[in-house]
Structure formats: C-alpha cells, structure tokens
Write a protein that binds this ligand. Structure first.
Ligand SMILES: Nc1ncnc2c1ncn2[C@@H]1O[C@H](COP(=O)(O)OP(=O)(O)OP(=O)(O)O)[C@@H](O)[C@H]1O
Length: 290
C-alpha cells in the first residue's frame, strides 16, 4: 500500500498555501508538524480529495485518486479540524448516522458502531447526548466516526487541539492502536503529540516539505546547535534576547539555560543532543540567532 503525493500545490491568488509538496507514504503513523498557517490543513484536504489542487497529484497504489473516486472514499477516514458534532445526537445514534452516510448496511453499521464505542471507551455513555461530552470524549467519538469504514488511510487534522494532558495521552494511545496496516497522517503543532507515536515526522513550513524522518534522523540535522549553560541571572536577559532559549531553570542564584544557536552562545556552554522540541523551535521560532 502506497500513497504518493507528487508535486502537489495549492495557490490562493498570489499566495501559495502548499508548494510542490512531494512524499511517498507507506503504512505507518506520520506526524505532520508545522506552525499555524504552514499549510497542513490545505495539504490534508487535497489528500482527502475535498479540495482541488492547483497542480500536482495524489496517487493511491499508483492510480490518481480522482480516477478512483468512490473507491478512494471507501478506504479513507477523515477527522477534520472543526468537526460538526450535532450536540443533540446521542453518541451511538451519531455513529449510526455517519455509518449510513458512508453506505454501511444496517447490521454492519450497528456492529461497527458498538465495536468502535468500546475501543474509544465510550460504551458507557453511548446513549448520552454529545453536548454533555468533554472535548476529549468528542474527539474520541470523532475518531470512531473516521474509523467506521475501517479505512486504509486515516487523516486526523489537529485531533488533540483543546484536550487536557490526560485526554491527550489517551488519544495518542488510541491512535497507536489504529496504526497497524494503515497510513495515518496526524497534523499538529504540538511536538509531544507525535514525538512518541509517529514512525515518521514530516516538518512543513510555508507550504513546503522541510524535513522528514524518524525523530532520531531529523533531530540529527540540528546536532551541534543545541547548548546548555549555567549563568548568573544578570546574563539571562541578553541571552534571551539574542538566542532562541528552549528552556530556563533557576538553580540557586544562577540560571540554567538550553539554547539553540549555530555558535557557542556563552562561556562554558556545552553541546547537548537535540530533541524534537529543539528542532521545532529551530524551524519555527523567529529568534535573532537563526
Ligand atoms: N480558502 C482560503 N483562501 C485564502 N487563503 C487560504 C485559504 N485557506 C487557507 N489559506 C491560507 O493558506 C495558508 C495555509 O493554511 P492552512 O490552514 O492550510 O495552514 P495550517 O498549517 O493548517 O494552519 P492551522 O494550524 O492554523 O490550521 C495560510 O496562509 C492560510 O491563510
């Protein structure tokens, strides 16, 4: 199974939301990481064939998805960023409704809805109205909706937005369990959402593919740029204004800093292995040093 995104672009007048983006995806979990406005939603909507590209194409197993039409929709699950939840629907009825929209026969819809409610841990509240749900519960119902047709390709646009840390972890674990034999693309601007569950991270900036690979591979690209140092507190202001500071901790009357810089930022600074958060700051923080 292979999803090929080939020189895909989307222009809005003079502005370019997605710029000749190319990548080949095989089964696995992909974390699409980028700051607000970097083009993640636009890219995902084109992959789902609900937004027309300006140029380029998306191919599933070497066939253009436009040619596949309904057959492509049958293997696709999508949780958009702003999903309409119908507050007065009960969870089970909501899934049954979406199952019928997806063309599942009634008996299959029932079986699948109940199975998914169990997987996303909403069985106990299946007859409760969605308006009584927390953000995390709604998102879990949203992913259940996207899974109704047992999709080969699952696209999740910022699924953890607005969730508290506990719900976040729960959601991450849920996605991991769906990760086998599927292509899952999960967009976020929150590093920890994808750091542990994604097989590959795709970094997107200004509509372009900036970097891709597993966490070890992509953080390697900024090796030598992350520093740790401990300085008197009077030096902190200068360092903060001059460099991208990824962490700052008081240690007695001194301050310990983690700094991203292409050269040694201060006396006594030592290089330290970069993590994904450093990489994100390196690419997206408009720090003076980078
Ligand atoms: N319908 C539109 N008309 C004009 N410009 C658009 C339209 N949709 C998106 N854009 C622009 O395209 C760029 C990419 O937007 P997009 O929503 O894809 O980014 P994103 O990475 O998903 O951001 P966010 O995390 O904020 O959702 C932005 O500059 C946005 O303003």
């Amino acid at each position: 199974m292979e999803l090929t995104i080939d020189k895909l672009s989307k222009h809005y007048g003079d502005s370019i939301a997605v710029d000749t983006f190319s990548i080949v995806l095989q089964p696995g979990i992909y974390g699409l990481l980028g700051a607000n406005g970097s083009g993640k939603t636009t890219l995902m909507r084109m992959i789902c064939d609900i937004l027309k590209s300006t140029s380029g194409e998306v191919k599933y197993n070497n066939t253009n998805i436009k040619k596949l039409g309904e057959d492509y929709r049958d293997i696709l699950g999508y949780l958009p960023q702003h999903f309409g939840y119908y507050p007065d629907f009960k969870a089970y009825d909501f899934l049954m409704y979406f199952a019928s929209l997806k063309g599942l026969p009634h008996f299959k819809a029932k079986e699948k809805s109940l199975e998914l409610l169990e997987i996303v841990n909403l069985t106990e509240v299946k007859n409760k109205k969605i308006k009584s749900f927390s953000g995390g519960m709604k998102q879990r119902l949203g992913i259940a909706q996207a899974m109704l047709n047992d999709p080969k390709i699952l696209i999740l646009d910022e699924p953890t937005a607005g969730l508290d840390p506990k719900e976040r972890v729960r959601f991450r674990n849920l996605i991991s369990t769906f990760g086998k034999d599927r292509i899952i693309i999960l967009s976020t601007h929150i590093v920890s959402d994808v750091e542990y569950i994604a097989d590959e991270i795709i970094v997107m900036k200004s509509g372009q593919l900036l970097n891709k690979g597993n966490v070890t591979q992509i953080t390697k690209s900024i090796e030598g740029f992350v520093w740790e140092c401990t300085v008197p507190s009077k030096e902190v202001k200068y360092l903060n204004e001059t460099y991208t500071v990824s962490n700052l901790k008081n240690v007695g009357d001194q301050v310990s800093l983690r700094i991203i810089a292409d050269k040694k930022p201060c006396e006594g600074a030592v290089n330290t292995p970069p993590n994904l958060e450093d990489l994100y700051l390196y690419y997206f923080e408009e720090g003076p040093a980078l």
